[in-house]
Design a protein around this ligand. Sequence first.
Ligand code: CP
Ligand code: NVA
Length: 321
Amino acid sequence: SNGLVGRDFMSLKHFRGEDIKQFLWTAKDLKTRMKDNGEIFQPLKGKTAALIFQKRSTRTRMSTELGMAKLGGHAAFMGPEDVHIGVNESVKDTARVLSGMADIILARVYGQDFLDELADEASIPVISGLSDLLHPLQILADFMTLQEHFGYLRGLKIAWIGDGNNILHSLMYGCAKLGVDLNVATPTGYEPDVNITEEAMKIAGKTGANFMMGNDPIQAVYRADAIVTDTWVSMGQEEEKKKRINDFAGYQINRKMLKEAGANWVFLHCLPRKQEEVTDDIFYSEESLVWQEAENRMWTVMAVMLHLLQPYTPVNPMPKF
Ligand code: CP
Ligand code: NVA
């Protein structure tokens, strides 16, 4: 097996570069088999996933429910109005109950602590579907999309322009592990978490990924292959909206900002997108890979669920990473 069976999927920090490549290889393999070749492939027949969502979601929920169904399994969804957890039942008790019924849990939460406790108390694998701190599934989809587009990952240069948020944190771990260069420009006061930055840069030092952390978008996009951003107002920050939009002035991604980007730059955004952070003429352009990126959320979460539940060897050759 690949040493992934039975593990939790909480943060890319916990996985070796080789493990991340395995998830990406399997995701591409499943896409080739099931989408391109139309194969029915149901290795998870009889398996079930329990989904707990404290926050809204389109992609994470659909990719998991539909992906599980495609693999022959079944997913059951509980939204914030449905589940006792955190209201009148403890995380510990919920984790034990779900461990008796399901084969895997995926949870989208506010605090990372909540997710960590769930993973500790559950006897089945737990997958992060986003917390305020991290969103590792999103970064698998981003890397899969870049690999499909460029044909490789190592040596690419990514520019992140925007908030130092959950997506950036996972992107930092991912780039560090895979040896992908990363330039970051956030407004002052919106830098990524200091501990995560330190950890990621330490890993980057070992793999040879170059990180540049700063506050200047023009400098960050210089010769970048992929320009990446996210909303300036994440879920749970709605009341800070006015202040944030003010503080992020000058960080909207537009053609003028990208004058000195790499010759063949592409644009990524995890979605949902707001108009503030990127102009329509980029978001809906040929250079924008956002729809492919959203679709790849499904193939990547399928790969994660499959590997955490049973050994799997792709039938298609490994892509170049
Ligand atoms: N990108 C992402 O996680 O989207 P959802 O909030 O729709 O799940
Ligand atoms: N940073 C965003 C990502 C949404 C997928 C949020 O946490 O709301």
